[in-house]
Design a protein. Structure first.
Length: 405
């Protein structure tokens, strides 16, 4: 099949490669061609875009569509596994549904090179594949996908909730489901900002696997995402070093994955170690690791480093909307709202009925998946909560109808 986009442009083109990989758009990347520092995209119809924004490129590829309605039954914010599952169930059960996604469908799971513990896929499935199947399933039932738009603010307007999007539009809905998940925790050490996308990446950056063939790479982190990244790169890299702060992988990684890592000859695990500096000119050349027991620093040559060190919740806009979050920023839902230990003991719930299990401090606004306080941080848990949230949305809407809303 002919590629829909041909890209040149080195590190400047990384966000484009990453976006197209995650949206399942076929592309060819020619690293050595084109002027340095300028990302050029040539589309199948001959259109040439110089350093386009992701929105411009997505417009040209027909990926951006305006909302078709002013008011929906349900607006879902975030198209990770929780949001996509909710979209499938909501739309298939007749709720008018819009999903707003600031990047590409799939969320964190969409960046996974292989998910092996999700029910029904005994040989595993890539995150991109899972996301694309879920997106297509939601679309089939009529859910609208509004990609490359972020919800910036939200507020109640009578019986409706208004969500303000980053493109200046606003959509209204009878209920809102927040499935905004978490994103990579940033590492504030010398060199990272300067060499970002030039050998230094947050997450497993699956689009970069061809570029590490026969090279030495490091993966920072001891969780499942770091383990998957290590396995993914081990297929092509000369060596992969997994850098772990603790004394091993047992406490933080699923045992099926750590066993596989132990059995892979070109993966080394460096325990009691942390990344403290990265260095290079136009591209990463070396990294400095510090031994957490002795404090001794050592420099190593490296072609790429992938930082997978856990997440922080995306709750800026819900905080601005006045929803209750806990000290770590996760959305508080259900009975936790009634627990004085969760915050300073304020009354977080105004209605005479108890909050529904996934309901936030604002009745009719629900949360599911990783963004929720106490969530399990697994694809299956996010999918389950997304489906469950739709049941609760039905209950809420039924209750409002009875009250004459
Ligand atoms: C590399 C990697 C590998 C993993 N492997 C596994 C695995 O093998 N098995 C497993 O069970 N779990 C795995 N996980 C964990 C799993 O992916 C997460 O638990 C799951 O994706 C959580 O889903 P979610 O829908 O709650 O949130 P997310 O997946 O985080 O999705 C949230 C979405 O919301 C969007 N968003 C955020 N803010 C806004 C906003 N204001 N407006 C619009 N959109 C917004 C984000 O762009 C994102 O797409 C992995 C995670 C990573 C990172």
């Amino acid at each position: 099949m002919e590629a829909r986009v041909v890209i040149t442009g080195g590190s400047a083109a990384y966000p484009i490669r990453d976006f197209l990989t995650r949206t399942n758009v076929d592309f060819v990347y020619r690293d050595a061609e084109g002027p340095p520092g300028v990302a050029v995209c040539t589309l199948a119809d001959g259109t040439r875009l110089e350093s386009p924004t992701l929105s411009e490129l997505a417009q040209h590829l027909g990926l951006i569509t305006p909302p078709s309605m002013d008011t929906y039954d349900l607006v879902i914010v975030g198209a990770g596994p929780a949001g996509l599952a909710a979209a499938v169930y909501a739309a298939s059960e007749g709720l008018t549904t819009a999903v707003v996604e600031r990047e590409a469908p799939g969320g964190q799971a969409g960046t996974s090179s292989k998910i092996e513990n999700y029910l029904g896929f005994p040989d595993g499935i890539t995150g991109v594949d899972l996301a694309e199947r879920a997106r297509a399933q939601a679309a089939k039932f009529g859910a609208e996908m509004l990609v490359l738009r972020q919800v910036m603010a939200g507020k109640q307007e009578g019986d409706l909730f208004r969500s303000d999007l980053s493109d200046g539009t606003a959509i209204r809905s009878r209920c809102v489901l927040c499935t905004t998940g978490v994103s990579w925790r940033r590492l504030d050490i010398p060199g990272v900002e300067r060499l970002l996308h030039a050998g230094v990446y947050y997450g497993s950056a699956t689009s970069e696997a061809p570029g590490v063939r026969d090279k030495d790479v490091l993966v920072i982190g001891g969780g499942n995402s770091a383990g998957q990244a290590a396995m993914n790169f081990a297929d092509v890299a000369r060596s992969v070093t997994l850098v772990v702060r603790g004394e091993g992988l047992a406490a933080s990684m699923s045992s099926y994955l750590s066993r596989r890592i132990d059995a892979t000859v070109n993966i080394a695990i460096r325990t009691h170690a942390e990344l403290v500096e990265v260095d290079g000119d136009d591209w990463l050349r070396n990294v400095t690791l510090r031994d957490t027991l002795t404090g001794v620093r050592r420099k190593f040559d490296a072609h790429a480093v992938f930082i997978c060190i856990g997440g922080v919740p995306h709750t800026d806009w819900v905080r601005r909307a006045g929803l209750l979050v806990d000290v770590a920023g996760y959305l508080v839902t259900g009975r936790d709202l009634l627990d004085p230990a969760v915050d300073d003991g304020r009354h977080n719930w105004a209605l005479p009925r108890d909050p529904y299990p996934l309901e936030t401090s604002v009745a009719g606004v629900f949360a599911a998946g990783d963004v929720r306080r106490g969530s399990t941080k697994r694809v299956s848990a996010a999918v389950g909560e997304g489906a469950m949230a739709v049941g609760l949305v039905h209950r809420f809407l039924g209750e409002s109808t009875q009250l004459g809303g």
